[in-house]
Design a protein. Structure first.
Length: 196
């Protein structure tokens, strides 16, 4: 009897790569695929005033990190290009610990692909800024008050000093959906190229 080997892969859009989620191959990782996917993935499970992508979040990370951490900051959520963005409350549950292991394995493959030492990629400063950026984004995208953010875990007002750049501006209201996503992808890729 022939047994079929269990596979767990997705096909990327730009490069049409079969990306093995359980055994990520750095040769199958391409910045264009990452930029494309992250531009189409919405933060906060889509509960936002306007579409706010994971790519925009990652670009804003670079504004708040020292130069030596900016590339790692830009790529800190790149595994979500292959797995999608799962909200933090759900991701932190015991039920999703297997998912977290897969996410970590993919993230390590991405850091390795782009020559980012794991001590840089998983630098605590990146996590700190990511958390503050989360609070700042939530205050704007969800309209949450400081009291609301205290329930989310904010301990002070330090998130208010986080810099945000609106990648999409009011002049972009006439963009088609495709032009909108193309602008985000282009900006993400341009920042990546400026940092490598």
């Amino acid at each position: 009897m022939i047994t079929k080997e269990k596979t767990c892969w997705i096909t990327t859009f730009v490069h049409k790569k079969k990306f093995d989620l359980l055994n990520p191959n750095p040769d199958d990782i391409h910045i264009e695929d990452i930029a494309y996917s992250l531009a189409h993935v919405c933060r906060f499970t889509g509960h936002v005033r306007r579409f706010y992508s994971v790519a925009e979040h990652c670009m804003n990370m670079t504004l708040n990190l020292p130069k030596e951490l900016q590339l790692a900051g830009l790529l800190h959520d790149a595994s979500e290009a292959y797995l999608n963005d799962i909200n933090s409350p759900l991701k932190s549950t015991d039920e999703l610990q297997g998912y977290k292991k897969i996410e970590n394995k993919i993230q390590i493959a991405i850091f390795n692909k782009y020559g980012i030492p794991l001590t840089v990629g998983f630098n605590p400063k990146i996590k700190e800024i990511d958390k503050k950026l989360l609070y700042k984004e939530a205050s704007i995208s969800l309209g949450l008050s400081h009291n609301d953010l205290l329930e989310w875990g904010a301990t002070d007002y330090s998130y208010t000093s986080i810099k945000l750049k609106d990648i999409i501006n009011p002049d972009d209201s006439l963009l088609t959906v495709d032009q909108y996503f193309a602008k985000i992808r282009r900006n993400y890729t341009d920042i990546f190229l400026s940092l490598i």
